[in-house]
Write a protein that binds this ligand. Structure first.
Ligand code: ZN
Length: 388
């Protein structure tokens, strides 16, 4: 049976208060502004509270700019879905800043958190453009500046007897809204959930993890949206749906690494997870069978994703060029729709070997990179590596 790509669309994841920053022309960017945020300082899980340059804010007081806005609602977003559907009930975080030298300094934790959230999403935007100047998400994503970054998102799931609030997590949540005239728009949400059990870096402040989430937005708009527009179908002669879900997570783990340059960034929040990109991983027969199985209960997209990300990390390390790998993966995201190994007759049908072929074709324009990728894919793809 063939499924429509749309159907497997993955929801994959007060000291100085009045600063009139840009009162006259809201369409003009404020330009560079120095704000104290929580940011990586190099090395494994080392963060500092220090000034960073934010480049795309239009309104500092509302943490709003080219890449979106930081918002908050005290209401439960699960039980009040109209808040996400309409945006009504989402308010700017009450930002309080003071000026110290040339830098703005948040005066309380919420303000510091909100500034850090904006900073991490901006970093994802700028990183994408730096990797490939042709990919300007502000031009590709409709209403990109309407991206909603929800601070301390409150969502209580489950039925009455078993209700629990989501915590210790972060998520990219593409919400499709269809108007009565049939026109659809996609609202891009990022949720930073409250921290409950994590002793390390809260998810919303872990810039690697927020950029993992940002990668889901990139994949949404470089792969899913164009695929849906072309009415691409998803075949079932190969484990395409599971492979798609896993490679989405793998891209995300790798782009998270690129943002912080720490392959172990995931462990800063979850120390016991097997998500360190620098630890080589292989597609074992067990992992392959879980991907190939039709069962959802044994399948965790993050498992195969972690293998894919570790492979990309090793390619980048071997070449000494993670920028090249990052750029090639952005290309791969959109090329999955057109590669002969992954798509034919408007139908997607692929496993990880087919993705590797599509990726090698991109890297082969740089002879050495293509060869290195081939060797590393053969080493870690397990049964998928035969014939590469
Ligand atoms: Zn993810």
């Amino acid at each position: 049976m063939i499924k429509n790509l749309k159907k497997i669309f993955i929801i994959g994841l007060g000291i100085l208060s009045c600063i009139c920053f840009l009162s006259c022309n809201k369409s003009t960017l404020v330009g560079h502004v120095s704000i104290t945020v929580i940011q990586p300082m190099g090395g494994h899980c080392r963060y500092s509270v220090s000034p960073a340059t934010i480049q795309t804010l239009d309104n500092l007081q509302e943490m709003r700019g080219k890449v979106g806005r930081v918002l908050f609602s005290s209401k439960d977003l699960e039980q009040n879905p109209e808040i996400l559907n309409t945006g009504k009930g989402l308010e700017p975080v009450d930002i309080e800043l003071f000026k110290s030298g040339n830098a703005y300094v948040p005066a309380n934790l919420d303000s510091l958190f909100a500034a850090s959230l904006y900073y991490s999403i901006e970093l994802g935007y700028l990183q994408t453009k730096r990797l490939d100047p042709n990919i300007d998400l502000a031009a590709i994503v409709p209403n990109f500046s309407d991206t909603r970054i929800i601070h301390r998102a409150k969502r209580i799931t489950g039925t009455n007897g078993n209700r629990s609030e989501i915590s210790d997590n972060a998520e990219y949540y593409p919400l499709k809204m269809t108007a009565s005239n049939g026109v659809s728009t996609l609202l891009n949400y990022f949720f930073s959930y409250p921290t409950d059990h994590i002793n390390g870096i809260p998810l919303g402040l872990n810039i690697g993890i927020m950029n993992h989430e940002f990668s889901h937005l990139i994949f949404q708009h470089l792969f899913y949206e164009p695929g849906i527009k072309r009415n691409m179908q998803v075949g079932e002669s190969k484990p395409t749906s599971h492979t798609l879900a896993a490679v989405d997570e793998g891209f995300a783990d790798y782009f998270g690494f690129l943002a912080v340059k720490d392959p172990g960034y995931f462990l800063c929040s979850f120390p016991t997870e097997n998500r360190d990109l620098a630890r080589p991983k292989i597609f074992t027969p067990e992992i392959v069978s879980r991907i190939e199985s039709n069962s959802e209960s044994n399948f965790d997209s993050h498992e195969g994703g972690a293998v894919w990300a570790a492979i990309q990390y090793e390619i980048g390390q071997t070449l000494g060029d993670h920028q090249l790998v990052g750029k090639s993966l952005l290309r791969l995201m959109s090329n999955i729709l057109i590669c002969s190994s992954t798509s034919s007759n408007n139908t997607l049908n692929f496993n990880f070997a087919d993705l590797a072929r599509c990726h090698q074709a991109i890297l082969s324009t740089d002879g050495r990179a293509g060869q290195v990728a081939q060797q590393i894919y053969r080493k870690y793809l397990g049964s998928y590596g035969a014939g590469l």
